[in-house]
Design a protein around this ligand. Structure first.
Ligand SMILES: *Cc1c(COP(=O)(O)O)cnc(C)c1O
Length: 490
């Protein structure tokens, strides 16, 4: 690589791979001979393994500790990444999930209690959402969207219809149109109204006999509740179309309002946002799909069912089902965590978490709107969007503000999304943060705005003192370096 390397503090990032650290004969603690697994079977285990790196225990521990310090997580500080609900998730849920979840389906004694817990979870989620049926297996939000849309397609086909179009508001998450496309639909983007929510009167113009569904996020990615949702549902149903709700923002509604009561026919939840598992980090996640009665027969198989005696089992014989969407039990550890989260908070606790999430966001919004531009005056719930409109004339952009926040020990908010807002900064503090931390965040944002007025060029150099400074994105895009070895020229 030339000395035009875009990485500012390059040496800190030069953590070698384990294979580069490897040296013959270096080892961790050795298993004593009587426990040598290769002696227990006829299989020659070592010959089956690829060449593993040889590193001592202390080198290995240091390697991973160093790597972990290059990362930023909720255990270190506030992570207000809008729409991602980066809340603190109690460790007790991890502990219980790690004891319960690693079951093998052949181990009947361990398997049936887990099935019973999953049935309880399914019942809880149905109650929270006001829906009739639930499939726990999809592995992510986007996977849930795809599953839900395939269910809707199958239901339409059972009605003897082929409808090809799904309407998606312009505030939608990128996964919405792509899931619909993968499910075989075409999508049409419809504009949200001037106040940041979809107007039933605007929807009317888009409805025809080819519309299979509307896929809407509620509250939407501006943090605004879709105020005309019941009228929207009525219009869709009158048109023979379904209402799909992206429930990734359910942290704003749990215990307070139920999508089922709003007329939603099908939705997904992000358990790895709202219910006890952190979002991000590459998974695993879980995106259960919830449906009203008419759609239930089409849910993926197997289905968890309970007979009159209370016995819970898996039912594979579902002739109308769209089929299987995941290996047995989905990402079961994430499911168990969600159940622990729900049961330990209880109804009142869940409601309290929702109220606090909304209160925290509104506290921050009301302080920061004095310094940063607020594009919509409409009341918001658990998150809100600001812009760089006031700082732009000083030469400071949303990117500069986000990078500068890192120097104060905060993860940046979501930036440049939703697309309907120019220079968006989408902030979601969640219920986890005490008021002292919210205040510290607001102080940091105000300090950055002040610096923008005085020494804007300083903000172009941020973040300083991080493992990786500002990168030259244009350079990176034009000189793609996709392998580790290229980053380490001899
Ligand atoms: C996170 C999110 C998704 C996608 O969820 P994944 O689990 O990342 O696939 C969809 N819609 C909204 C509004 C989201 O915030």
């Amino acid at each position: 690589m030339s000395d035009r390397s875009p990485v500012v503090n390059f040496p800190v990032l030069r953590e070698p791979l384990l294979s580069e650290m490897s040296g013959p004969g270096r080892n961790g603690m050795l298993v004593p001979t009587p426990f040598d697994v290769s002696r227990c079977t006829d299989v020659d285990v070592p010959s089956l393994l690829p060449a593993l790196p040889e590193v001592s225990e202390v080198e290995t521990v240091r390697h991973f500790t160093r790597l972990s310090r290059l990362n930023f997580g909720i255990d270190q500080g506030m992570y207000p990444l809008g729409s991602c609900t980066m809340k603190y998730n109690p460790k007790i849920a991890d502990e219980i999930a790690s004891r319960l979840a690693p079951v093998h389906p052949c181990d009947r004694r361990a398997f049936s209690p887990v099935l019973k817990h999953l049935f309880t979870l399914k019942t809880c989620l149905q109650e929270i959402c006001g829906m009739d049926g639930c499939c726990l297996w999809p592995a992510a939000g986007a996977h849930g969207e795809l599953t839900g849309m395939l269910v809707i397609k199958e239901a339409l086909s059972a009605r003897g219809q082929t409808r090809t179009k799904v309407l998606v508001p312009d505030t939608a998450h990128g996964t919405n149109p792509s899931s619909c496309t993968i499910a075989g639909f075409t999508t049409a983007s419809i504009p949200s109204g001037r106040d940041g929510f979809l107007l039933a009167s605007d929807l009317k113009g888009f409805l025809d006999s080819d519309v299979a569904a509307l896929m809407i996020t509620n509250p939407n990615t501006l943090g605004i509740f879709e105020q005309e949702i019941t009228e929207i549902a009525r219009l869709l149903h009158e048109n023979g179309s379904f209402l799909y709700m992206d429930g990734a923002n359910m942290n704003a509604l749990v215990g307070i309002a139920r999508p089922g009561d709003m007329g939603v026919d099908c939705m997904h939840l992000n358990l790895h946002k709202t219910f006890g598992t952190p979002h991000g980090g590459g998974g695993p996640g879980s995106g259960p799909v919830l449906v009203k009665k008419e759609l239930e027969p089409f849910l993926p198989r197997p289905r968890i069912v309970q007979d009159e005696s209370g016995q819970v089992s898996l039912m594979g014989d579902c002739p109308e089902s769209i089929g299987q969407v995941h290996s047995l039990l989905g990402n079961v550890a994430v499911l168990v965590r969600a159940l622990v989260y729900i049961l330990s908070l209880g109804g009142e606790g869940l409601k309290d978490a929702t109220v606090r999430a909304c209160l925290n966001a509104n506290y921050l919004k009301n302080r920061l709107k004095k310094t940063f531009a607020l594009p919509y005056a409409t009341p918001t719930l658990h998150e809100f969007v600001l812009t760089d409109k006031n700082q732009k004339p000083q030469g400071v952009s949303t990117l500069d503000i986000a990078k500068a926040l890192m120097e104060f020990g905060f993860h940046p908010p979501t930036v440049y999304f939703p697309l309907v807002v120019q220079g968006a900064l989408m902030i979601e503090p969640t219920e986890s943060e005490p008021v002292s931390e919210l205040t510290r965040f607001a102080d940091a944002m105000e300090a950055i705005a002040l610096a923008a007025g005085k020494r804007p060029e300083d903000l172009h150099e941020t973040p300083r003192g991080m493992p990786c400074g500002r990168v030259d994105e244009v350079w990176a895009a034009r000189n793609l370096v996709l392998t580790w070895n290229d980053l380490n020229p001899s």
